[in-house]
Design a protein. Sequence first.
Length: 253
Amino acid sequence: MADTAAYIEVAGLRTWHEVTGQGEPVVLLHGAFGGATSFFAQTPFLVEAGYRVHVPERRGHMRTPDVDGPLTYSVMADDTIAYLDQEVDGPAHLVGWSDGAVVALLVAQRRPELVRRMVLIGQYYNSGGKRPGSTLEEDMSSPDALGFLRDEYARVSPDGGDHFPVVHAKTLHMILTEPEIDLATLREVAVPTLVLQGDRDEVPLEHSQAVTAALSDARLAVLPGTHVLPIESPEVVNPLLVQFLRGGPTPAW
């Protein structure tokens, strides 16, 4: 399959995606304010390991234009389901980081036949799972963060830099009010899952342990690092991803 970096129409939404490599499909789902470049350290490694890597940019993120109405995890999950139905041949491995992990989990709940294996990185799934004293929302509203995020958005977004305050406000509202997933509902998710976090991540270890216990087939890995684990420690994260996606080691190890 030829490498692709282009716009496509998905359920009426103009969507930017990048596809690289050949083999079993892996779909990488970025976090808030992120895009395909979030996985600059993972994409080539996964391609070298024999996977076809898809990285769609969700509505209002980077090259994919914003859409009228609120930004929610639910609507982004529906967008991702439409993308999987249209662009991926058969079930795919989903790797979600931060907000992308919530999207991946919702996809697995709604359309489990689309998901082969799933990796959830550095994310909480209800307000009880937020790290006490977290300043993530404040950090994303600091002058330095706003300047950096706006410049990155303006560089590639078809909506232009003037639209960034709208996207920023939508995203912060979502982060402040969502997600609120009842962990008891995760028992229905039978997809083999790796829950991965840093030891100083935005999610407490206790929440990730509860998520792992609630899922019917999951294991937990805790690595040294913070909320940017795939960027900080790709030399550890990448082999772990491939090992899990290939099916090992067994839970009995």
